[in-house]
Unconditional design. Sequence first.
Length: 477
Amino acid sequence: MVAADDAGLKRGKAVPKAGVRMEEAALNFASPKLFPPARRKLAHIPGGDGWPIIGNTLEILADPKGYVEARAAKYGMVFRNNVLGETGVHMLGPDANELLLLDEQRNFSSQLGWARFMDRVFPRGLMMMDFDQHRLHRRALSVAFKAGPMQAYLQALNAGIAARVAQWRAAPGRMLFYPAMKQLTLDLAATSFLGTGIGPEAAGVTRAFVDMVAATIAPVRRPLPGTQMRRGVRGREHIVAYFSRQVPIRRERGGSDLFSQLCCATTEDGALLSPEAVVDHISFFMMAAHDTLTSSLSAFVMLLAGDPAWQERLRGEIAGLGLAPDEPLAFDRLESMKLTEMAFKETLRMIPPVPMVPRRALREFSFKGFTIPAGTSVAVNPLFTHHMPEYWPEPSRFDPSRFAAPPAGRHRFAFVPFGGGAHMCLGLHFAYMQAKCFARHFLPNIRVSQPPGSARDWHVWPIPKPRDGLALQLQPV
Ligand code: HEM
């Protein structure tokens, strides 16, 4: 059962307990021996466990896309493998996405799926909660994405992006774009998420986030001295200390930034979230937003650099908004940027920032003729799905017009960059808003191209990132 403290509410406030079923309660952190299932129980699933101890971990880390495609070709759309010390099952394609993400039967735990990657560095974020507890927190946090607060974030985005684009325009030429975008995204989070500039804390916060995210896939899972996991755990301590100091201040003074919204968020019965829960949620939000936006906006600009015609079409769309040179993008104009949205969607299709989504089965289930036992670690793969030629002809071609009007019959889970079902990305509209705001300031000011010889080689895991920092050529328009 979900205890009041576990639910992350202030002590003494009621927490609904109804609906938490025995199976869900049985498979919690207090009883880890119930999973994973004995390896022999998965022997009927095609696949292999790789090398002793490391299993297939190094293969998948080296080339996550190629690895999954090769396995799919050899074993089919359901296969067994051994990653990060556990044998699990990969399920590919839109039907698998629908089954796991929609999860109408409440068969799959997000918390126990992500725990292997996040428990030490991002515990108790929304993705680390299930069912009733998740619903309770998600509803409380949703207030931060209503139109009023979104308009305030957009103001902060407009100001921050316009100023940075002006700097880039003043220093044209070849530029390593990914680190510049990472810095911009962090600076934007400082204003739109935290309200005031992080100031001298910025360097420490950046380092802490980088270490925490890297720890999510560190091959050594214990925080031993000198390991990435140790750096990740230290990073978390830093972040927790920083945000904890801030909660009472924000509660006192309020504010239209995202952190202040979370500090003041209440559940349906009026209970505030506990300070610890707020700290866990805001640090999770920062992580969920920071690397996904850095990755997707870098990819967006890279793909436009490689397609001058689409770059010009988007410039034309923005010119059509009739804005004065420095005029901010207003919230009610976001809807008009259809081509920009199509191009951003196509970017998310080609290089989804969350290439793989894990869950853990809470009870036995069947898929494509295979019976998969309770306790199994299962994963679906947006990256694979987004490159299936039966849904996306010529999948490696950048073609935003695929999103002009989805062809009749395209599976609704064939495009899942933001997941789906109860855990669907809560920041989805924020992401589209930031992408459009970025395009509004960047494209009318800067023409971008790919310098000869520059590579398009990306690390895919845990979040896609160009290996060489992404060299691009920037020219004033
Ligand atoms: C292009 C940018 C983004 C992508 C591709 C993305 C993708 C995702 C995906 C796939 C999930 C679901 C994971 C699962 O089902 O296990 C998710 C969840 C989440 N995302 Fe995003 N995200 C993005 C940006 C953001 C931003 C900007 C924020 C915050 C402002 C955010 C906050 C969250 C949160 C809080 C969750 C957990 C939702 C829940 O469990 O109920 N994301 N995101």
